[in-house]
Write a protein that binds this ligand. Structure first.
Ligand SMILES: Nc1ncnc2c1ncn2[C@@H]1O[C@H](COP(=O)(O)OP(=O)(O)OP(=O)(O)O)[C@@H](O)[C@H]1O
Length: 301
């Protein structure tokens, strides 16, 4: 379990993490989402004791993680897959970590096997692809067989097979009763893996609920309709209580069922070229939620 209590981190005038209070429970994969610069990496670093909080506290299984000897037994993390000594082999890198954490050397072979790097274990890390480095970072996180695992953008650089493998691994780790926290800036990466969701924006907590609850709350039914006269149809739909957004000749309508949209078009005498109903994706819901909290948006704020 990971507990954040009023966790705050400021760098000069920038508040990277702002009074975050939440509990990441064991037995679940928790997706940790937010746009670039939201404060995800900073939060993970605070949990691991790599940075000192400006205020509040982060606890791993009830205690601060910083300064715990043999830390890999308590928590494992993939932070920055590029942050390894390129001149070493994968095996030597993991063996050094095992030694400094008082772990049996046999774990090295086991985790290399587990992440699919056994065949290249003696090759220099410098020649590894980004996907192989991600796998190595995951191997390091698993080395101490810890109850708490954190992965920062673990899908970066993975091919589709790698993504599928990582998803299965995270689910298995959670099913074993571990705490699994997975950060990403893309909902599409975590929605098939996580069963719980934490969303932050500009360092502040926006969402802390099950994926199912988030989906039920946000993925409203909507109707997309194409017409050569979007202005007239848009006005008719809005007058009937629909919430309408326009994109070219397409209108997206929430608040009115598809049949009613067709009826209103008929009454308004507007030609319809296409009409379909569906649920907004979780990605759309996430984008809408964080739209006003983007640090970097195309075309400026
Ligand atoms: N060492 C630092 N010194 C100064 N500012 C920092 C430092 N680390 C992070 N920040 C700032 O804190 C904010 C949060 O950054 P952080 O890297 O935690 O976000 P993130 O959600 O992980 O983003 P990304 O998805 O881009 O990795 C940003 O505004 C960033 O510029």
């Amino acid at each position: 379990m990971i507990e954040l209590r009023d966790l705050t981190k400021r760098y000069g005038g920038t508040t990277a993490v702002n009074r975050l209070t939440l509990t990441v429970r064991s037995g679940h994969v928790t997706g940790f989402l937010g746009p670039n610069g939201a404060g995800k990496s900073t939060t993970l670093r605070l949990v691991l004791g790599l940075h000192r909080p400006t205020g509040g506290a982060a606890l791993v299984d009830g205690r601060p993680f910083a300064g715990r000897p043999r830390g890999l037994r308590y928590a494992g993390a993939l932070l920055d897959a590029g942050d390894v000594h390129g001149g070493r082999s994968a095996r030597a890198h993991l063996a050094a970590l095992a030694r400094s954490n008082g772990l049996p050397r046999a774990r090295v072979g086991e985790v290399l096997e587990q992440v699919g790097l056994a065949e290249v274990a003696r090759r220099r890390i410098g020649g590894f692809s980004l996907g192989m480095r991600q796998r190595l970072g995951i191997a390091a996180a698993l080395l101490g067989d810890p109850p708490v695992l954190m992965f920062d953008e673990p899908f970066n650089g993975l091919d589709p097979e790698g993504v599928r493998w990582v998803r299965g691994l995270f689910r298995r780790l959670a099913a074993e009763g571990r705490t699994v926290l997975v950060s990403s800036h893309l909902m599409s990466e975590v929605e098939q893996t996580a069963d719980h969701l934490v969303v932050i924006g500009r360092g502040e907590l926006l969402v802390d609920e099950s994926l199912a609850a988030f989906a039920a709350r946000t993925a409203h039914d909507r109707v997309v309709v194409r017409t050569p006269d979007p202005a007239a149809l848009g006005a008719a739909l809005a007058a009937a209580g629909g919430v309408v957004t326009r994109d070219g000749d397409g209108l997206t309508v929430t608040g009115l069922p598809a049949g009613r949209v067709g009826e209103l078009a008929f009454r308004a005498g507007v030609v319809v070229h296409g009409l379909h109903a569906g649920a907004a994706s979780l990605e759309e819901a996430f984008m809408a939620l964080t739209a006003d909290r983007l640090d970097y948006a195309a075309g400026g704020r």
